[in-house]
Design a protein around this ligand. Structure first.
Ligand SMILES: Nc1ncnc2c1ncn2[C@@H]1O[C@H](COP(=O)(O)OP(=O)(O)O)[C@@H](O)[C@H]1O
Ligand SMILES: Cc1ncc(COP(=O)(O)O)c(N)n1
Length: 267
């Protein structure tokens, strides 16, 4: 019997439903992948920003991981918000037991500008977790933090993707250009080849949760057996549709629409 595509997200929450665990599970569901979640931090946030954060005790993060890992097989997992070195340590210890695909979204700052991980976590993320990853998906500011280099142009993005693989040890890096002015171009470097994924820039403020949704879609496609470049291309199509048809709800940066890929408009 063919295995059931299943994926796990290890991340923080968003009660307003646009980012974090909620975005990941909606995306897994949309892409017909059985979704599971381990919560690292409960974040009181909405489309306007972050109001408060409560970190889950490390033993509970470990126990959640044990509960899932001892019971249900999955082909791929992703990490999102890992707020401090203690949480990263708890996650690193458990995931080192896994032999499945690991997609790391190196979440640092939200679209609204709120910081989600402590300053002293950045080195841990880069030096301990990143080398374990099959793919890491930084946006331009995150790629700057990882590489220590200024990233302004598409040449800088490609250079950063290569550096993240060769110098910092990820199997592959996808540097995302959502922060560029003219086009939304992302570069995937897999250790051998550079792949380019480009669309026109959509003029919208509703980009809350784009990074979460994109990395969750990549994780879902990988869990179904797609190659890395096919998974990224399919996920790029998914996130582009989700941004194009994003929801103009809330008082800030509205959420993306995970069912837009079905080509049925809802608004
Ligand atoms: N306004 C936009 N129009 C089209 N694509 C976008 C837009 N903003 C972001 N993207 C795309 O969404 C994905 C997530 O990228 P990005 O916004 O850089 O991530 P993050 O949420 O981590 O900052 C990338 O494929 C990026 O190119
Ligand atoms: C719990 C959590 N994780 C990640 C993000 C980043 O969101 P974005 O994809 O908009 O940068 C967020 N706002 N909340």
């Amino acid at each position: 019997m063919k295995p059931i595509p299943a994926a796990l997200t290890i991340a923080g929450t968003d009660p307003s439903g646009g980012a974090g665990i909620q975005a990941d599970l909606k995306t897994f569901q949309e892409l017909k992948t059985y979704g599971m979640s381990v919560i690292t931090s409960v974040v009181a946030q909405n489309t306007t920003g972050v109001q408060d954060v409560h970190h889950i005790p490390e033993h509970m993060i470990e126990q959640q991981l044990k509960s899932v890992m001892s019971d249900i097989p999955f082909q791929a997992f992703k990490t999102g918000m890992l707020a401090n070195p203690g949480i990263m340590d708890a996650v690193a210890e458990k995931i080192s037991e896994l032999n499945v695909l690991y997609i790391m979204d190196p979440v640092m700052v939200t679209t609204s500008g709120d910081t989600l991980i402590s300053e002293d976590s950045r080195d841990y993320l880069r030096d301990i977790l990143l080398p374990m990853s099959t793919l890491v998906t930084p946006n331009m500011p995150e790629a700057e933090v990882i590489t220590g280099e200024k990233i302004d142009t598409s040449e800088d993005m490609q250079q950063a993707a290569k550096q993240i693989v060769h110098e910092f040890g990820a199997d592959a890096a996808l540097v995302k250009g959502g922060h560029l002015q003219d086009e939304a171009v992302d570069f995937l470097y897999d250790g051998k080849m550079m792949h380019t994924f480009s669309t026109e820039r959509i003029n919208t403020k509703n980009t809350h949760g784009t990074g979460c949704t994109y990395s969750a879609a990549i994780t879902a496609y990988l869990s179904q057996g797609c190659t890395l470049s096919d998974a990224v291309q399919n996920a790029k199509d998914f996130i582009t549709a989700a941004i194009r048809d994003s929801f103009p709800i809330g008082n800030g940066s509205g959420p993306t629409n995970q069912w837009a890929h079905r080509a049925e408009r809802v608004n």
